[in-house]
Structures are given as structure tokens and as C-alpha cells.
Design a protein around this ligand. Sequence first.
Ligand code: DP6
Length: 392
Amino acid sequence: MVFTKLITCSGPVNIAVIKYWGKRNEELILPSNSSLSATLNQKELKTVTSVMASESFSEDRIWLNKREEVITNPRLQIVLKAIRERYKQRKGCHDPLLNCKLHICSQNNFPTAAGLASSASGYATLVFAMGKLFDIPVGELSQIARLGSGSACRSMFGGWVKWEMGEAEDGRDCKAVQTHDECHWPDIRLLVLVVSDTPKETSSTSGMASTVKTSELFQHRVNHVVTKRLGLIEEAITQQNFPVFAQITMQESNQFHAVCLDTYPPIFYMNDVSKSIVDLVTQYNAFSREIKAAYTFDAGPNAVIYTLKESVAEITSLLLHFFPPSTQEGFLKGFSFQIDSDQGKLEALKAKVNVPRKVDALRYILLTSVGDGPRVLSEQEHLLSPVSGLPK
Ligand code: DP6
């Protein structure tokens, strides 16, 4: 009998409010500062990954979004090796799983080129599935996911997740922990604004390496700013204090992009549409006389707006007015209700907000919420055929 084992899991995207940018050890992916993110609901955004081990496979292989890719990617190799090593330490060399090659098949339910953090959900889901296959304790998995892509370690849990930078040189105390579960602040919503643009030119990995080497503002940020903000935002989340949470979120995004500008040569991730979104949110908050929305940008022009359920319709109407699509079809994703907001108030807002109106500046707007961590899926959801071991 040929030994085989197949498992399929799904895993989420996360969006940081305290940003990870800069490593103190590139090889071990140890960050220069701790960070904090919300895990997004897998109903709207997720990666699904099947991993199959079989004694009949002749080599490790991987398929990403229906295309076979090279398995030699160094970070992928490090992750596969780390899992097999841990298994070997516990079970010895003669376990049948260690004689197996692996087939990995992974798919996102969102376009990879959309600039959403696909490497975070990708590595988190892969490591979670491998962890199940090789029976590795969940507590150890965030440290392995981190070796694939730093931010992936935060996608190993649902709710609000802190990636603790740790102090040890070997990274043994550098791990992700959940600070609050997904039910803690039920009214939080996220609007993901996918900007019509080509994908980023500078990868996070090379961008942050260049920042660490050249930016003095970065030194100031890690030595004097992040720890304080982390404490304040954790408290704001605990107390569900949206204005404080939102202000820190925006200041963090601003400082991250300022640090990119302070890098030599400078890195620009935000474009003109991103800047108009910053203006729109700022003027919306000023009009509301209260902070009701917070923008945040990662290593690309797309915006994520954190807000509360009660403000979603109003903000979406405003976005539809200033960034209208030429065709409505598929423009609003994840909305289970009609956008009808107070017309009088909307007219007043439109008159006050001063940003250039631009058709088709956004590819789509996706509404989502805070969700749970990686899950094991049923046999029906396998992406690999249990018979051939190839993508279905
Ligand atoms: C801007 O995790 O993609 O999204 O560890 O080099 O793979 P590597 O970088 P990555 O960096 C993401 C940075 C960020 C901010 C964040 O998510 O905290």
C-alpha cells in the first residue's frame, strides 16, 4: 500500500494598523518593531491550499492560482525544510511521511495582482495546512509562517493579532499572539479600495531592507514611536474607542510612507488616487466633527478604510460620487444591502469635500469585517485529486 495523506485549509488576509517595516535579522525575518493587525473575514478574502504527501510522488511540486510554479523559491524551501525538521525531531527519521514528496496547490479568491497581501494569506495557509499534515503544535506555527513572509505570522490567528518582535537573537521569542478575538468589536468594518493601477515596483522585502540601511526617520520611529502607539492602540481596541484607534491607524500609515520617502533612493507606494483618498477621509472626518473613518496603505496604492458599521453607507456613497465606475457591474463587492444614505447630508458633504472627481480611478470596493483564523476544510474542497495528486 502506498502511503498518502491529503489536507485542505483556508486562511485569511490581515491588514496592519501598526506597521511592520524593517528587519533586524533578514535571514530569520526578525522585525525591527512589533506590529498589530486585524484579520479579515474569509467570506470575502481567503487563500485555499491543499497539501498532499505521497510515497508515489517523485518530487515536491507547487501550483499557485492554477499555474505550476518553481518549487525552488528560497523562502518556500525554508518553510518546507522547517516543517520537515520539526517533524523529524519528534518522530525520528523512519516515519513514512518523511519519505513522501509533497504536492501543494493554492488559490486565492481575489486577484494576486490586486496588491492585496497575498503572500501573508498564502504562507499562513500553507504553514497551517502543513502543520496539520505533519501534526505540529499550533503554537509553533506562527514562527514558521514568519519565515515565508513576515506579515504571514499575523494571519495565523483570527481577530486582532500582535506580532511580538522579541529580543532573542535566534528569534525564539518572536511570534504572533491574538490580543482580542473576532467577536470582540463586532461593529468594525473595512472597505478595501482597489486602485486601478499596475502592481507595485518595489517589493516589501527589498524596500524595507533599503529603509533600514538609509533612513534616519526609521531609527526615530523604531526607537521612539512604535512602542508607545502599540500600547495606545491596544487600549483603544480593548475599549472600542474608535476615534483613538482611527487616529493612530492614520498616523501609522502616514509615518510608514514618510519613512519610505526618507529612504534613499525614495520609495513611493501611494499614487495620486491614494492621496485623494487621504483627502476625502480627512475632509469627511472634519465635516463629521468626529473621526469616523481611518485610511491605511501598505506597500502599494490600494487603500483600506477602517470604519464602523453605521458609517459604511455614507462613506461608500461619497466614494461612489468622487470615484464613479463607468460600469456598476461587480464594482461593489461584499455589500449585502442597498446603499441609501441620508440624501440631504450627502449633498452637504459633496459640497464640502474638495477632491478631484475621477471616473474609473478604483477597480472595485470590497466591504469586509474582522474574521477568524485558518480553518481545516472538508474533503469536497480539496484542490488536488486524491487519486492522481494533480490539480482538479
Ligand atoms: C507594508 O511581510 O510582505 O504590509 O517579511 O519581507 O515578506 P517580508 O515582508 P512583508 O511586509 C509587509 C509590510 C506591510 C506592513 C504590514 O503588513 O505590517
